[in-house]
Design a protein around this ligand. Structure first.
Ligand code: TYD
Length: 232
């Protein structure tokens, strides 16, 4: 029995920390689990990631951008997600199809039906069972990432990657889009307040996961929300 879990949210909403904590919890339970991210997670996806995120003076059309994210997703779904789920492995992904609806659909204004249609097609049946939306005012999220040390794409004048450098209005539309998606798909989404402490957020996620999908975990393994403390 497998489970496909995705994390979504605006920039700086704390996904990476929560993914690390949940992954540690699963490892402590001796569950077979893979962690991946979008765009990326495959050789092709990583090359697309560079293209999509490096600060660029050449503008992308919204459709070009959408199709590149979709290409990365198609590869990840086929090469990593579907085989893992088929073999009974749990999958945790840092972003997936909802990111395209929120960023390209609500953020850039690409037709939502088109985005959803492409998502359905490229994911080829690998639809998340459980999606955590870390909800946060983008102003707070962007302030958080601006104070991070410089990284691979954090070397331009602003220190932000191509998407992070978008206007606050853009990031506000993305947040709003996510909240609409969560409302439309309550059976799949759990919305948590990204301003809470990382420990409390982790506990809420584990609680909700067990409430909805406890039956998919090994019979002897109840999840201990504190087990992630090891390396958190
Ligand atoms: P990443 O550095 O992974 O951002 P974060 O750490 O905030 O998750 O970069 C992914 C960026 O790509 C992020 O700004 C959101 C954007 N994105 C889209 O616009 N559409 C998509 O379909 C996906 C998967 C990501």
């Amino acid at each position: 029995m497998s489970l496909f879990i995705t994390f979504e949210g605006v920039e700086g909403s704390g996904k990476s920390t929560q993914i690390e904590m949940l992954h540690n919890t699963f490892v402590d339970m001796r569950l077979s689990v893979v962690k991946t991210r979008e765009p990326g997670g495959t050789a092709v996806g990583d090359r697309l990631r560079s293209l999509l995120l490096e600060p660029s003076s050449t503008p992308f059309s919204a459709q070009t951008e959408l199709l590149l994210y979709m290409a990365a997703r198609a590869q990840l779904a086929k090469e990593v997600i579907a085989p893992a789920l088929k073999s009974g492995t749990f999958v945790i992904s840092d972003r997936y199809m909802d990111s395209s609806v929120a960023y390209q659909g609500y953020g850039r204004g690409v037709d939502l039906r088109f985005v959803k249609h492409l998502n359905k097609s490229v994911s080829n049946g690998s639809i998340p069972d459980f999606t955590v939306l870390l909800d946060l005012d983008p102003e707070i999220g962007l302030a958080r990432i601006s104070s991070r040390p410089l990284g691979i794409f954090r070397s331009g004048l602003s220190g932000l990657d191509r998407v992070e450098s978008e206007s606050l209005q853009f990031h506000r539309r993305v947040r709003k889009g996510y909240l609409i998606l969560a409302k439309e798909n309550p059976e799949r989404f759990v919305v948590v307040n990204g301003r809470e402490s990382k420990e409390l957020i982790h506990k809420q996620i584990v609680h909700e996961l067990m409430r909805r999908h406890g039956g998919r975990f090994p019979a002897n393994g109840s999840v201990n929300p504190n087990s992630s403390e090891r390396s958190a």
